[in-house]
Design a binder for this molecule. Structure first.
Ligand code: PHE
Length: 343
């Protein structure tokens, strides 16, 4: 057998195989084709039989050629078999998708740490029988300032501190605005929480960000006092930190409360021994609170001789930073997945 014949025999057989595969429509036909080519008396075997006629120095190359063809035939038959295995109508569909294959697992997100703290707080206050109000992020200056006894000259009204949309409308700087609306509704007694985003024109640093969340509480009833406020705040913070904390007050000024107080809790991390979180003071400052100023009650038509109220307002990011020991508020808003996945 000369060179030409030898290579032709392999080529022709390959061509014949390819032509025959085009006429295959089912597994039976496929099986017959397999026997014809790969069977004991099949075409490829008989090609190996021709080896004895090949010149000794060409045997190696001829053998390798047949082996290549054999591999090609096997692979082709297998892929045809695979395509028949998915059912005849499905196999024609190029977009066929095997629904029984295990899927790819996508990592499921989870709640943002600030949202987790909000949910914790909501649960605590619902269990204390508070109603929860959301409110609008765009407020008018009456509800955000005037009704809260914040005078026209108060620095917080300054355009450098507040985002003004027009002279009468702003992005609310505190959720207290919503408390005015609740009192205006005239339904007393009141026992509410207002929660949501607030905006201040603060340059951002480790503890300030122009947008943040506040939680404020307001109780208006005939006989409420500072002890009730203290009790509610103790419950709130004990719930957040999962261990008993004490609340302490230090006199402070807020135009809408009198007396007003800066509120502290005993450091839940060191049992007041002093640590880096409380800066060795044993206490942590959390926010403002106090008895609602009689003028605020009058502003919304409530008689301060009959009703009294207490209120508190704290930043939720501040609580979340303490709870999770995060030292930079900006981390909450950078959407860095490595940071967020830790909670
Ligand atoms: N609204 C105040 C603030 O944003 C907080 C506060 C609420 C203080 C209620 C006292 C009483 O700073």
């Amino acid at each position: 057998m000369d060179d030409v014949h030898k290579t032709n025999a392999i080529k022709e057989l390959k061509k014949e195989f390819e032509t025959l595969t085009e006429g295959i429509h089912n597994k039976d036909e496929l099986e017959r084709l397999k026997v014809k080519f790969l069977g004991r008396k099949g075409e490829i075997r008989s090609l190996f039989g021709k080896m004895k006629d090949v010149a000794i120095e060409q045997k190696k190359e001829f053998g390798a050629g047949i082996n290549d063809l054999k591999g090609f035939v096997e692979r082709r038959l297998q892929s045809l078999l695979d395509s028949f295995s998915v059912g005849s109508s499905e196999k024609d569909n190029k977009n066929y998708c095997d629904l029984t294959l295990p899927g790819i697992n996508f990592s499921i997100g989870h709640q943002h740490p600030v949202t987790q703290v909000i949910d914790d707080l909501l649960e605590i206050f619902r269990s204390l029988n508070f109603d929860v109000l959301g409110g609008m992020e765009i407020e008018d200056t009456f509800h955000n300032f005037d009704a809260l006894n914040i005078h026209k000259w108060h620095p917080s009204r300054n355009a450098q501190d507040t985002f003004y949309l027009d002279p009468e409308h702003i992005l609310r700087t505190q959720t207290s605005a919503m408390q005015i609306r609740a009192m205006e509704s005239g339904k007393l007694p009141l026992r509410i929480i207002t929660m949501g985003r607030c905006y201040r024109r603060d340059a951002s640093d480790a503890t300030h960000y122009p947008v943040f969340h506040q939680i404020e509480g307001l109780v208006v009833d005939k006989n409420v006092n500072f002890c009730d406020l203290s009790g509610i705040l103790t419950e709130m913070m004990t719930g957040v930190f999962g261990k008993r904390v004490e609340v302490r007050f230090q006199p402070s000024y807020f135009p809408f409360v009198e007396p007003g107080a800066e509120t502290f809790i005993s450091c839940p991390f060191c049992n007041q021994k002093g640590c880096s979180i409380c800066q060795n003071t044993g206490v942590i400052e959390l926010g403002g609170s106090g008895m609602v100023h009689p003028q605020v009650l009058r502003n919304v038509g409530i008689d301060p001789k009959v009703y009294r109220g207490f209120a508190f307002g704290w930043g939720i990011e501040r609580i979340a930073m303490l709870k999770y020991q995060i030292n930079d508020i900006r981390l909450f808003y950078e959407n860095n997945i490595n940071f967020l996945e830790q909670f």
